[in-house]
Design a protein around this ligand. Structure first.
Ligand SMILES: O=C(O)CCC(=O)C(=O)O
Ligand SMILES: [Fe+2]
Length: 293
């Protein structure tokens, strides 16, 4: 937010001094839940879908994402993020624009229907990516709320977005699987420190700003506990944009590759960033608000 900015910011973050946690005064579920798998989404802020993809679909998508990761032309593409240490592909953003198969998957009612139930409106794709977490050297993601970043750096007004992570390799407890704090979506934890310009260039590899203080993470973990998404290939995790989550490094030989898609409500489209200079590139935070059909 600039001084001239007259918007009311209910989720202030990236402040110079420490600000206490803010109770969320937006719902978690905006629509009507009809899928039995989502029965506890409102309370927990996440849900596991045991078999979203069939084994045949998993096999096809695994070939597809291997093909993308080994495409030499794509390595030069700014949407492809390379791991700092190992020089391997860490993420490919806007994968639904790079892969027709992924685009079709996202449009599938099994996928987009989950987001519509939770968000209670038409939805559009805020972000899509493949996260490759290779064996031995896959770097984890420190604790964070996605909404904190999307609000600060992308201008997303409210936490009315959900992410779906689809496992293409088995997500074990030990290969860097996502950890979540159930119920933590109801607390917004502001982060201290001004956002540097072009922050995304570094933060996509290793996040330094927009991470909560240790004391806040400890308070939240003591209150909510920590759950982990584990599951076979083809299972999926749907989670609220403000849930506290993270993952450890993957030092096992077993890679952990997931397709990620973020749906935002068409009633919650991006504005100017709330706590950063320039908005991030559209391959990270889309400004094409066309509903998924
Ligand atoms: O793939 C993961 O472990 C989580 C990624 C994540 O939370 C993020 O990129 O925001
Ligand atoms: Fe995240």
């Amino acid at each position: 937010m600039t001084l001239a900015d007259s918007r009311i910011d209910r989720y202030r973050t990236r402040t110079l001094t420490e600000v206490p946690p803010i109770e969320r005064n937006d719902p978690t579920v905006w629509g009507r839940i009809t899928s039995p798998e989502l029965a506890n989404f409102d309370a927990d802020g996440y849900a596991i879908i045991d078999q979203l993809l069939s084994p045949e679909e998993v096999a096809d998508f695994s070939i597809e994402i291997d093909r993308l990761a080994s495409n030499p032309e794509l390595r030069l593409d700014e949407r492809v993020i390379i791991e700092k240490k190992s020089n391997r592909v860490r993420s490919i953003f806007e994968v639904h624009k790079i892969s027709r198969a992924v685009a079709e998957l996202i449009r599938d009612e099994r996928v987009v229907g989950l987001a519509r139930q939770v968000l209670g409106s038409e939805v559009y794709i805020h972000q899509s990516r493949v996260n490759y977490m290779p064996g031995f050297e896959g770097a984890g993601f420190y604790w964070h709320s996605d909404f904190e970043t999307w609000h600060a750096e992308d201008g997303m007004p409210a936490p009315r977005a959900v992410s779906l992570s689809i496992a293409l390799t088995e997500n074990y407890s030990f290969n860097g699987s996502l950890m979540v704090m159930p119920g933590s979506q109801n607390t917004f934890v502001p982060c201290q420190g001004e956002t540097p310009s072009e922050h995304y260039r570094e933060s996509l590899k290793e996040q330094e700003f927009g991470v909560p203080a240790h004391a806040e993470i400890a308070t939240m973990a003591n209150k909510h506990g920590i759950a982990q998404f584990t599951g076979p290939q083809g299972s999926a995790l749907l989670f609220d944009s403000n849930i506290m989550h993270g993952s450890s490094n993957n030092i096992t030989p077993f890679p952990r590759s997931n397709i990620f898609v973020v749906f935002n409500s068409v009633e919650n489209t991006l504005q100017e960033p709330y706590a950063a200079g320039d908005a991030r590139p559209t391959y990270i935070a889309s400004r094409d608000f066309e509903p998924v059909r």
